[in-house]
Write a protein that binds this ligand. Structure first.
Ligand SMILES: Nc1ncnc2c1ncn2[C@@H]1O[C@H](COP(=O)(O)OP(=O)(O)O)[C@@H](O)[C@H]1O
Ligand SMILES: [Mg+2]
Length: 240
């Protein structure tokens, strides 16, 4: 379970980007974070992951205060997987090498079991294990970065725009995959998204940010049916 409470954060000596944000996500829950470009979604995810240090507030994983635990330690101690918004695969490495990067420190038996399972799950990757990741399509690269994160066996998964640059059909595949992972592996997933409608159709709950604040927090299904939400955030025409 993730609980971020009253988080204020920014970069270097710069102004605050997040102004007192509180969010929660529980096991077996897919929570999406929506909002316009530049409102702080990635910053929030980086702060939860530990790449950005909060200036104020508290971050807990499973009830433990992890605000000051460095990311590499958190990966081990709290089984956190983080998939950044871009540059999330190593183009010069093969598909297999990329996946195995998620297996660092694992015992051989665990590594082999997970690798076999991932290969069954993603035939598109298993048929291209020796190809360079740079030769994959955008959708395949997204699945590859997800597979690498899953290789580490996370209990908490942080995804920054997993549908970025995908065709509508690939986007649905990736979202279906994320929803399946939540259901099968009891995972706690925080997913930042630009494609609000589609994200809400697979998510359980959502937070909508505006300039570093939570503007709205609701069940995904309620947001999908909320006309105000449509006008404000989902690209509906306000004059209609
Ligand atoms: N590494 C960084 N250094 C300084 N400012 C940054 C950095 N990354 C993002 N920002 C700024 O933080 C604000 C929020 O950015 P970001 O969290 O990436 O928004 P979003 O993901 O919602 O598009 C923007 O004004 C952006 O310019
Ligand atoms: Mg972003």
């Amino acid at each position: 379970m993730i609980a971020a409470t009253d988080i204020t954060a920014g970069y270097g000596n710069g102004a605050d980007i997040l102004h007192g944000i509180s969010i929660e996500a529980h096991a077996r829950e897919l929570v999406t974070i929506l909002g316009p470009n530049g409102c702080g979604k990635s910053t929030l995810l980086k702060t939860v992951a530990g790449f950005v240090k909060p200036r104020r507030g508290r971050i807990e994983f499973g009830g433990d205060d992890v605000g000051k635990v460095p990311i590499h330690e958190k990966v081990r101690s709290h089984a956190v997987g983080y998939v950044p918004q871009s540059d999330n695969v190593f183009g010069t490495l093969t598909v297999a090498e990329n996946i195995l990067m998620g297996a660092r420190g694992l015992e051989r038996e665990t590594r082999e079991r997970r690798f076999t399972r991932l290969m069954e799950r993603y035939p598109a990757l298993s048929s291209k294990l020796r190809r360079k990741a740079s030769a994959l399509s955008g959708g395949e690269r997204q699945i590859l970065s997800l597979a690498r994160a899953l290789m580490a066996g996370p209990r908490i998964l942080l995804l920054d725009e997993p549908s970025a640059g995908l065709s509508p059909s690939m986007m649905h595949d990736v979202f279906d995959e994320i929803a399946q992972i939540r259901d099968e592996q009891d995972m706690c997933i925080l997913m930042v998204e630009q494609n609000a409608y589609e994200a809400l159709t697979v998510a359980d709950r959502a937070y909508v940010l505006t300039v570093g604040k939570v503007a709205m927090s609701a069940k995904a299904v309620d947001l999908l049916n909320d006309p105000a939400m449509e006008k404000l955030y989902l690209g509906g025409d306000p004059d209609e």
